[in-house]
Design a protein around this ligand. Structure first.
Ligand SMILES: Cc1cc2nc3c(=O)[nH]c(=O)nc-3n(C[C@H](O)[C@H](O)[C@H](O)COP(=O)(O)OP(=O)(O)OC[C@H]3O[C@@H](n4cnc5c(N)ncnc54)[C@H](O)[C@@H]3O)c2cc1C
Length: 532
């Protein structure tokens, strides 16, 4: 048996768990043990795989890396005709016969890896907009605005948030100027967790960035300690209660690399940061559904509208008038060096990264870019210098009946209770999504014509990987799971982190706010450790 007695156990090594680990070790000097069910896929813990040389030059191959890294959460079994045995209900590993197909979030997925989805994410880090995501129906985000703002700054600093990584791009400048001229006055730079090196390379932040020096497995901090165990699945929190207060007394962990090994972990404080589906899964597996009636409920999901456009010829011909002098010099150098190239766009021109933030009247955000997601390959026949991806992310508001629940009989491939979605957008959500689609097509028309096969479409629900609300932060145990310190109601030593905490739905990408919220919990976790 291997025993560990850390101050804090963090389950989950995605951006949220790693940001918190950094604070607890480097600022508070605590002993932190982190476990993740996934493998360590890079030399340092949790690197963003987007930084590999090949994917800097080619977008399409990374689409397949993303597809490979995403495990669908709930898959309705295939129809009987697909079974070699014919007839009857067919259920294979990972299939969920309890899933009702029309209410599924078909695109929702998880990434089990050291670094979580931070190994493949696209690094968009806008803040939530006060009138859209921090207030709703007279309720306020449980962390007050000034405190949240200071945590946003810390989170942004940890990630190296910047606005200028793509500003030198010819296409960025041309698309921005074109849209401003067409009356899209709020188009601006997408805040990104990315930096440009002296030789012009973009370096995307990952969970390694959030860990800082702790991402080096050999690093020994001056105070405290950090240990990360890959391939360690937490199967249960052992909880105790005197009927009023609750506490975690230890955890059950399975070492997936050595099933024979017994792992014994007892900590002073516990944090579950497993993502918006796997966090409530672990709490459900630990028998906490009755204690936490809001667990898995109030689920929100950001609808995504997508299309790709081929830039108008007049924009390409007019590039010299649309770009800065520096960019023009690069265009001229390119034309001189490659007289046979019909396009006045340098081969190494960075793609655009433009953003239209949400407003109260237009509760969605827009990203105009050329980037790898789980969709949007253009194939080798297309010169992707003239292609722009348009992704619009909308909002859906929380309703108690929209939920993820966990089966008492069907197990997922890791042997955990299988998640089942029961999600239907409201009429208001649908109307917002439709208005969002109209807005996207207006912007598309200003930029070019649709790339064949990439016409305006809604992606499968869940594809944006922005599911939230399942472990909501709030003011009471009936309608939320954690308090404003991210502590589970009535627990002395259990904290949660991640997108599941956002209570009102989100149109903005959620990760920066999830990190800020987790950083806010540092003081409470530290106090729990000190009082243990
Ligand atoms: C292609 C793509 C692009 C994206 N782009 C953006 C973007 O631009 N901006 C943005 O804000 N967001 C983006 N996201 C979403 C973003 O990646 C997530 O919001 C973020 O990673 C959530 O962080 P997390 O730490 O809460 O959870 P995760 O990153 O999901 O990590 C959770 C970890 O916990 C582990 N785990 C779960 N349960 C257990 C258990 N029981 N035992 C042990 N380990 C467990 C999992 O293995 C996983 O590694 C993107 C996602 C994808 C897929």
């Amino acid at each position: 048996m291997t025993s560990y007695r850390p101050d804090v156990l963090i389950v989950g090594s995605g951006p949220v768990g790693t940001a918190l680990a950094h604070q607890l070790v480097m600022k508070e000097g605590l002993d932190v043990l982190m476990i993740d069910a996934g493998d360590q896929e890079s030399t340092r813990y949790g690197e963003n795989l987007r930084n590999a040389g090949r994917y800097r030059k080619e977008v399409d191959p990374f689409v397949n890396v993303i597809k490979g890294a995403l495990s669908p959460v709930s898959t309705f079994p295939p129809p009987p005709s697909f079974s070699p045995f014919g007839g009857g209900s067919v259920t294979g590993p990972g299939h969920n016969p309890e899933q009702n197909a029309p209410t599924n979030l078909r695109g929702a997925a998880v990434t089990r890896a050291v670094g979580g989805m931070g190994t493949i994410w696209a690094c968009g880090v806008p803040q939530f907009v006060p009138e859209v995501e921090l207030t709703w129906k007279g309720q306020k985000y449980p962390i007050d605005a000034a405190t949240l703002e200071s945590q946003y700054q810390k989170a942004g600093d940890l990630l190296g948030r910047s606005l200028d990584a793509f500003q030198g791009s010819v296409r960025h400048q041309a698309a921005k100027k074109t849209l401003l001229a067409a009356g899209h006055n709020t188009v601006t730079e997408l805040p990104l967790a990315a930096r440009v090196t002296a030789d012009g390379r973009i370096v995307w932040a990952g969970s390694d960035t959030l860990l800082g020096p702790l991402s080096d497995p050999a690093y020994k901090p001056e105070a405290g300690s950090f240990t990360l165990l890959p391939q360690h699945l937490c199967t249960k929190l052992r909880v105790e209660t005197d009927g009023e207060r609750w506490r975690v007394a230890g955890v059950e962990v399975s070492n997936l690399a050595d099933q024979g090994e017994e792992v014994d972990i007892v900590a002073k404080a516990y944090v579950v940061a497993g993502g918006a589906v796997l966090t409530p899964q672990l709490l459900s597996a630990s028998g906490l559904e009755e204690h936490l009636p809001a667990l898995g409920r109030y689920l929100t999901d950001s609808p995504v509208a997508f299309c790709q456009v081929v830039l108008k010829k007049e924009i390409i011909d007019g590039l010299p008038k649309l770009v800065t002098e520096d960019a023009l010099t690069r265009i001229q150098a390119h034309q001189k060096q490659h007289p046979q190239d019909p396009l006045p766009i340098p081969f190494d021109d960075a793609p655009p990264n433009l953003f239209i933030p949400p407003t109260e009247d237009r509760p969605w955000h827009a990203q105009i870019q050329r980037a790898a997601f789980s969709h949007g390959e253009v194939g080798p026949q297309v010169d992707d210098r003239v292609v722009l991806d348009l992704r619009w992310y909308g909002i859906c508001r929380p309703r108690e009946e929209n939920r993820v629940s966990f089966s008492s009989t069907v197990k997922d491939v890791y042997g955990m209770p299988h998640p089942t979605f029961d999600f239907t957008p409201s009429k208001e959500d649908d109307a917002n999504a439709q208005a969002m689609m109209n807005h996207m097509t207006e912007v598309a028309n200003a930029l070019g014509g649709y790339l064949p096969g990439s016409y305006p479409q809604f992606l499968d629900p869940g594809t944006g990987q922005q599911t939230a609300g399942t472990t909501r932060m709030g003011t009471d145990r009936q309608t939320s799971v954690v308090d404003s310190d991210s502590r589970v109601w009535a627990f002395d030593n259990l904290y949660l982190g991640g997108n599941g905490l956002h209570p009102f739905g989100n149109a903005s990408s959620p990760t920066l706010t999830s990190i800020a919220t987790a950083l806010h919990a540092t003081d409470a976790i530290n106090a729990t450790v000190k009082n243990a």
